[in-house]
Design a binder for this molecule. Structure first.
Ligand SMILES: [Zn+2]
Ligand SMILES: [Zn+2]
Length: 225
């Protein structure tokens, strides 16, 4: 019996089957997210930012796979635990199945995961979001850049803050570590990747920093919203 089994006896957060924490059939049954414009949050075809909502340093679009509810929500919350590597693996597996099945609005993409501040990363052992982003990128044939963005400020958790509070909390907390050629090559869509979209303030702030440094097109990608 591994320590993981002691903390989380393995059963699906959705159907309680013993196969996984987030089993394949629950991945198929979970409600899919409506694609929305990252600026006004109204529906948008394929998540492309409405023309009237476009800003020079803003997101060109936003894509999310599931609604943040039920088994998806429970799995994402499960990622916060230190030994939740298996939950991360299950999420990645279902994400890859879904993304491979869909006609996606991006072609040549580079995944840039939202970094954690160093102090937090050490405490949690590893950055689950980064790990899932890497698995997705590998399996989708996309690039992966986890050393591009760094979190310079240790921000408070965004939990409990309203939209304006979240925007202010995250402001100026990212910087560019090193420039890589693909960032400035406009043929690539940079996908800033995070687990959940709440108000979008984190992904918007990351996009701003990337665009200031020459990125052509930056999109948000999340597991759920
Ligand atoms: Zn299940
Ligand atoms: Zn809009």
């Amino acid at each position: 019996v591994s320590i993981i089994d002691l903390i989380f006896p393995k059963s699906c957060f959705g159907c309680e089957s013993g196969e996984a924490y987030f089993c394949k059939s629950c991945g198929k049954r979970a409600s899919f997210a409506d694609q929305i414009c990252p600026v006004c949050s109204k529906k948008a075809i394929d998540g492309v930012t409405h023309i009237k909502c476009k800003r020079p340093q803003g997101l060109g679009g936003f894509y999310s796979v599931w609604k943040y509810e039920g088994v998806v929500r429970k799995s994402i919350l499960g990622l916060k635990y230190k030994f939740a590597t298996e939950v991360a693996r299950d999420i990645a597996r279902n994400l890859i199945i879904e993304l491979s099945d869909r006609d996606l609005p991006f072609g040549d993409a580079v995944v840039v995961p939202i970094p954690l501040h160093k102090a937090r990363k050490n405490w949690r052992g590893f950055n689950q979001v980064e790990w899932i982003g890497e698995m997705v990128a590998k399996n989708m044939g996309w690039g992966f850049e986890n050393e591009l963005l760094i979190k310079t400020e240790k921000t408070q958790t965004q939990k409990g803050l309203d939209k304006e509070g979240r925007r202010k909390n995250i402001l100026g907390s990212f910087s560019i570590n090193k420039l890589t050629p693909c960032i400035q090559d406009t043929k690539y869509k940079i996908l800033v990747f995070d687990d959940v979209w709440t108000t979008g303030s984190t992904l918007k702030e990351a996009a701003k920093v990337l665009k200031r440094n020459g990125a052509g097109s930056v999109w948000g990608l999340t597991i759920a919203h």
